[in-house]
Design a protein around this ligand. Structure first.
Ligand code: SAH
Length: 213
């Protein structure tokens, strides 16, 4: 897998575009700069790796738009050494950005074909999550709870209770809430029983797949 001067040049332009769109955190921008997005794209879309758009991956899913990845990463407010749970590994692009930030990452994928593909790919690229889990994100991953942050990368029709329960006090859940269209929402756990809800405007994600029983 190559990362040529041409790719690096295109990535620099993309980062400038993200800054124009409001991404400010230098650590987030630096992490985005470390991850060659073209490594995560299907061959038919390689030319578009550095345009600020979502693209199809396998199993009717999408690789998130770079702005969305940057925005969710900023809202998470987790940096080096923090323990984070991601719901929806997908292509692994968002996972790689979190690993590039120095985060101890646990990531869950519900579709076997994506889980298999991405769990081979990420270590090969040098972006190693602590653990990649094949399972149902609605349940979170209690084994390593509580987390400093939880990030959901698909549209959730409601807030899964286990995700709130698995947050540390002071921790943040970043979740696009809604059915067809979502509102980017953050829940901050301010005490064991209290959460503060913050909203960051409309967004569009593929839906979180129904809960497995
Ligand atoms: N962060 C990914 C986004 C992928 S799209 C990227 O940048 O590529 C959302 C992903 O969530 C898909 O891979 C989908 O299969 C997965 N997903 C959907 N429902 C899920 C669930 N209940 N538990 C875990 N993963 C789920």
């Amino acid at each position: 897998m190559k990362d040529t001067y041409i790719h690096q040049g295109k990535r620099k332009k993309l980062l400038e575009e993200l800054q124009r769109k409001g991404i400010k955190n230098p650590l987030v921008l630096e992490a985005m700069n470390k991850v060659p997005r073209h490594w995560f794209m299907d061959s038919g879309f390689l030319d578009h790796a550095y345009t600020d758009k979502a693209f199809p991956i396998a199993a009717d899913q999408t690789i998130s738009q770079p702005y969305t990845v940057a925005h969710q990463t900023e809202l998470l407010e987790c940096f080096s050494g923090a323990r984070v749970l991601e719901i929806g590994t997908g292509s692994g692009y968002q996972s790689a950005v979190l690993v590039a930030l120095g985060i101890e990452l646990y990531t869950i994928e519900r579709q076997n074909i994506l889980f298999k593909k991405t769990s081979l790919l990420l270590p090969k690229m040098g972006f190693r999550p602590k653990k990649m889990i094949f399972g149902d994100g609605y349940k979170g991953w209690p084994e390593k709870a509580p987390y400093d942050g939880i990030i959901v990368t698909a549209g959730a029709p409601f807030v899964p209770k286990p995700l709130l329960e698995q947050l540390k006090v002071g921790g943040r859940l970043v979740i696009p809430l809604g059915e067809d269209n979502q509102i980017m929402t953050v829940f901050r756990r301010i005490s064991p029983s209290k959460f503060e809800k913050l909203e960051y405007g409309p967004c569009r994600f593929v839906p979180l797949l129904a809960q497995k029983n």
